[in-house]
Structures are given as structure tokens and as C-alpha cells.
Design a protein around this ligand. Structure first.
Ligand SMILES: *Cc1c(COP(=O)(O)O)cnc(C)c1O
Length: 337
């Protein structure tokens, strides 16, 4: 039986070529600053996004949490959309790691605007937490892979600069956004104080994210990473996978997006599907008449794995281990369900 794993773009396994790159990496003790492959990855990613420096971390949760710690003081408040990964899926880390409260907005599929943010910035008053940070996500996971363009982001960056707020990007899937919007990665450095990029999502590396910022922020970030237990030794074996992914797995994201389109179009024709969100990137969210768990069980029986994101909502995520024949198979199963 054909099997298809549409649960997440984190389920990918390193390709033979990626494994070869990992095995031949030059490594050293990165806590001593002696791993040249880690340094190369950090410099490469920073240059790509027009940032001064970078830090390699085990996860996107850690890069986001370090960024929040770098850009806030305890008793501060950050602003994010109510779907934000930093708020929903990082275990309450904002409060635990940084002692910061969160002001949530109701964006359009997770996308917020300067007009929405402006009235939520607290005035100077001892009753109010000090608003110091805005966090955007691009693409928005819970928005079904919805994207901001840099034109959308520019007014938010202007507002933040004007009000003395920092602006951080949770760019777990930033390359998916770039493939869709055609904006240039290098321009991101002009708008954001911090950018987190996941290597372990659509890019297909087994582990790792990088946080990009100015040199002083990254210097402090190294201190925070150490405190969190994220100082890694011969991490160049992992960084090599990241470098390989940046060199070889960015352009192919278009394939995942095309596959998402095919599935979304097919789902739109089915009478047991109530609605399908636009499949802008590699995620397809759709609502079902029957409970999601019931549909998922039926799909599991046919070898298709996926997850629910609500009682009647199912998520398909496309990635580099889903090939055209598996997409075709999925379409045939959906039609026959
Ligand atoms: C996956 C993800 C992260 C980071 O998750 P880790 O599993 O900790 O690497 C951050 N933000 C978004 C939107 C994500 O989808």
C-alpha cells in the first residue's frame, strides 16, 4: 500500500545527498566557538536575510524564545495574532522564559496590520505593562500557510520604529512565503530586528533553526542559548544539513505549493468538505461535515496520515517526502471516500 504522511513538514528524513554533506562536515566545539560549519551556516543565513549575525539553535521554539528574551524586559508585553505559534505552541514560554505578557489580536488568517496594532500599544502608565515587541509569523501556520508581503510588513515596521518597539519574525516557513510573494529574503533585514528561520520544516534538515539579528543581539542570544541548555558541541554535522538545505531545497518548495493546490482543488469538489482555505503555500486547511477524527481514521486506513486543527478541521502539509505519485494516490482516495 502507498503511504502518505501529510501530518507536518517536520517528518522529512535527510536525503542521501544531505547525509553525505553532514558526514563530511568539518567540526569543532561550537561552545568554544570552534565549529567552522556552524559559523558558516550562521554567516550564510544572516547574509541571505540582510542581517549582521546569526545563531544556530536546536529548534524554532528556542530561536523564538531567545528573540523574545533579547527584545523584552520582565513586565513587558508583546503583541501577536491569537494564532501565533509563539503563544499557542511554545508551552507558555513567553511568560516562563521572559516574564512577559501577551496581547492577542484577531488578524485575517493570522495576519495583523499596523491599524490593528497601534491602539493596543500601551501608553506610559504604571498600571500597564510596557509594550516592547511585535511578533509576526510568515507564513502563518494556523492561517493555513497565509503570507505577508513586505508591502504588508512595511507599515508595521514603520509603526514599531516610531513607537520604539522591536519587531520579530517567526519565519519557520519564511522560504514558503518568499516563494509565494516573490519578495527578496535580503530585504527582510531592513524591516525586522530578529528573524527566526527553521531548517527542519520544508527545507528538510533533521534539526535546527537560526536566529538572525544585529551582532550585539546575537552576542546576548549566545548567553541566553547557553542558559537554556542549547549550547551544542560538534554541531557542524547538523549545520551542514542546514547549509545543504539552503543550497538545494529552497527552489523546490514550489513543488510542494503546486501539490497543495492540487489537493485543495480536489477537496473543493467533495460533498463531505464544507470549505477549503486558499492553499497559498504548502498547507491545506479544510472543514468537514463529519468530525475530523472520523475522516482522519478513514484516511489512516488507506495509508494517509494527517492531523486535525479543530473538531471539524483537517490539515494537510506538503513537503519534500511527498512525491507526485503520492499526491495522485491521495486525490484518488479523497474521491472515493
Ligand atoms: C514549527 C514552528 C516553529 C518552531 O518549532 P520547533 O518544533 O520548535 O522547531 C515556530 N513557529 C512556527 C510557525 C512553526 O510552525
Amino acid at each position: 500500500m502507498i503511504t502518505v504522511d501529510l501530518r507536518s513538514d517536520t517528518v522529512t528524513k535527510p536525503t542521501p545527498e544531505m547525509l553525505a554533506a553532514m558526514m563530511s562536515a568539518k567540526v569543532g566545539d561550537d561552545v568554544f566557538g570552534e565549529d567552522e560549519t556552524v559559523a558558516a551556516l550562521e554567516a550564510k543565513a544572516a547574509a541571505m536575510f540582510g542581517m549582521e549575525a546569526g545563531i544556530f539553535c536546536p529548534s524554532g521554539t528556542m530561536t523564538n524564545q531567545i528573540a523574545i528574551k533579547c527584545f523584552t524586559q520582565p513586565l513587558d508585553e508583546l503583541i501577536a495574532d491569537q494564532t501565533a505559534h509563539v503563544y499557542r505552541y511554545e508551552g507558555g514560554g513567553i511568560a516562563f522564559n521572559s516574564g512577559v505578557s501577551t496581547r492577542l489580536l484577531n488578524g485575517d488568517r493570522g495576519r495583523i496590520t499596523a491599524e490593528m496594532i497601534a491602539p493596543e500599544i500601551n501608553a506610559e502608565n504604571i498600571h500597564f505593562p510596557n509594550t516592547s515587541l511585535v511578533v509576526l509569523e510568515n507564513t502563518v501556520n494556523k492561517g493555513g500557510g497565509s503570507c505577508y508581503t513586505l508591502a504588508d510588513i512595511a507599515p508595521i515596521a514603520d509603526l514599531c520604529r516610531d513607537k520604539g518597539l522591536k519587531l520579530h519574525l517567526d519565519g519557520a516557513r519564511i522560504f514558503n512565503a518568499l516563494a509565494n510573494t516573490r519578495d527578496k529574503a535580503v530585504d527582510y533585514g531592513k524591516y525586522f530586528n530578529g528573524v527566526s528561520v527553521c531548517l527542519s520544516k520544508g527545507l528538510g534538515a533533521p534539526i535546527g533553526s537560526v536566529l538572525l539579528a544585529d551582532a550585539a543581539t546575537i552576542k546576548y542570544a549566545r548567553r541566553i542559548r547557553k542558559v537554556l541548555g542549547g549550547g551544542m558541541r560538534q554541531a557542524g554535522f547538523l549545520a551542514a544539513a542546514g547549509i545543504y538545505a539552503l543550497d538545494n531545497h529552497v527552489d523546490r518548495l514550489q513543488i510542494d505549493h503546486a501539490h497543495a493546490h492540487i489537493l485543495a482543488e480536489e477537496l473543493g469538489k467533495l460533498n463531505w468538505v464544507i470549505s477549503v482555505m486558499p492553499a497559498d503555500t504548502n498547507i491545506v486547511l479544510f472543514d468537514t461535515v463529519e468530525p475530523a477524527d472520523y475522516i482522519i481514521k478513514k484516511l489512516n486506513e488507506k495509508g494517509i496520515q494527517c492531523m486535525s486543527t479543530g473538531p471539524n478541521r483537517i490539515r494537510f502539509v506538503l513537503h519534500l517526502d511527498v512525491h507526485p505519485e503520492q499526491v495522485e494516490y491521495t486525490v484518488s482516495v479523497l474521491k472515493g471516500l
